[in-house]
Design a binder for this molecule. Structure first.
Ligand code: PGA
Length: 252
């Protein structure tokens, strides 16, 4: 059985004070929830303070990106050991906003995955097609290319520690969630690619999250799909109340 995983991606939002306040509120709202793995990804500036605030709780810490080199003259970058030092358990890699605005490629994502794995941080690897790709019938081939480009060189053992986030670009921050059926169709395809590459056992163990305008109202039906194992939540994770309702989708 794959344990559900819900991660809040706070993106470039909030001061340190706001971040601590948000996570403190979240902790008290979700209580001792244990059937769902919960994590938050604050901006780098708030990682340290949020890390202290969640110590000993059931909320894990997630970085929003990492650089592949271990240290040195890479102005503006953050290494995997720096994230580990702050007790990051996960790191989001290859988010479509980084692909779109910062030129992130599958090759880079692959190097970042290696750097994270090397130090024991679990990558959450984002893939997803644009509206153009979907309208021209290329959604599956684009996602397959991303999966093979980012993950193709991993061993089956490494693959089992990775989470994939399927985030159709047209659904991110737009209020347009993919229908549960649309999302399931892609998740099923992704699991098929994993099976083809890493074998059935591994494919069954890998968690695949859906991301793109997830709200407390849409999470329930998404989670009923057999290949949807959780959500990567942007906008709705910036309010403790809505994120907590997403985490507690089972209690509806
Ligand atoms: P959204 O963002 O929930 O605001 O659409 C999701 C994401 O980009 O991870």
């Amino acid at each position: 059985m794959r344990k559900a995983i819900i991660v809040g991606n706070w993106k470039m939002n909030g001061t340190v004070g706001e971040a601590v306040h948000l996570v403190a509120e979240l902790k008290s709202l979700i209580g001792d929830v244990s059937d769902v793995e919960v994590a938050v990804a604050p901006p780098f500036t708030a990682l340290s303070a949020v890390s202290r605030e969640i110590r000993g709780s059931n909320v894990r810490l997630c970085g929003q990106d990492v650089f592949w080199e271990k240290e040195g003259a890479y102005t503006g970058e953050i290494s995997a050991s720096m994230l580990k030092d702050l007790e990051c358990h996960f790191v989001i890699l290859g988010h479509s906003e980084r692909r779109q605005f910062l030129g992130e490629t599958d090759e880079w994502v692959c190097k970042k995955i290696m750097a994270a794995l090397d130090i024991g941080i679990h990558p959450i690897v984002c893939v997803g097609e644009s509206l153009d790709h979907r309208d021209s019938g290329r959604a599956f081939s684009i996602v397959e290319e991303q999966i093979r480009g980012c993950l193709g060189r991993l061993s089956a053992g490494d693959m089992e520690t990775i989470t994939i986030a399927y985030e159709p670009v047209w659904a991110i921050g737009t209020g347009k969630t993919a229908t549960p059926e649309q999302a399931e169709e892609m998740h099923h395809k992704i699991r098929g690619i994993l099976e083809d590459t890493f074998g059935r056992d591994t494919a069954r163990k890998v968690r695949i999250q859906y991301g793109g305008s997830v709200t407390p109202d849409t999470i329930g039906d998404l989670m009923k799909q057999p290949d949807i194992d959780g959500a990567l939540v942007g906008g709705a994770s910036l309010k403790a109340d809505s994120f907590a309702r997403i985490v507690k989708f089972n209690e509806k």
